[in-house]
Design a protein around this ligand. Structure first.
Ligand code: MN
Length: 134
């Protein structure tokens, strides 16, 4: 897969492969002060439903750098994403993010600092749910 932006996409994301459908790449751009990862999704690739928990602060911010994709909170309509979009994900909100069917997708994922931050991974986004997105 070719690079999509000025931020190198790094290697295949094997560490979190259990929580994704399809192939993704992960490159940690910052591992101090604030964790920032560059996540690249092949077309149709998406992560499972998940929740960013924290006792104080926490959550995640997505900065879309390339391609087209989706962000969806549980029980809400999916939001189509394009380069330049910013998504603020509060703690405790079940959601997923990933590529569009016909486009690769890339976002920077910023882990908002907090106390006792952890991610709870839930069920995958089924083909039925995903194929309904327009
Ligand atoms: Mn997330």
């Amino acid at each position: 897969m070719d690079e999509m932006s000025v931020f190198p996409m790094g290697n295949e994301n094997t560490a979190f492969a259990d929580y994704f459908i399809g192939k993704s790449y992960l490159n940690m751009l910052s591992t101090e002060q604030v964790l920032i990862g560059n996540v690249t999704f092949e077309p149709c690739c998406r992560n499972n439903w998940h929740i960013h928990h924290a006792d104080k602060g926490g959550g995640q911010i997505l900065l879309v750098t390339a391609g087209y994709g989706w962000y969806q909170e549980y029980g809400q309509p999916a939001r189509k994403l394009e380069p330049g979009d910013v998504v603020h994900i509060p703690t405790g909100v079940k959601h997923w993010h990933g590529a569009a069917k016909d486009s690769a997708f890339q976002h920077l994922a910023i882990e908002v600092p907090g106390e006792n931050c952890r991610t709870e991974w839930c069920e995958s986004v089924s083909d039925d749910e995903y194929d309904k997105l327009k």
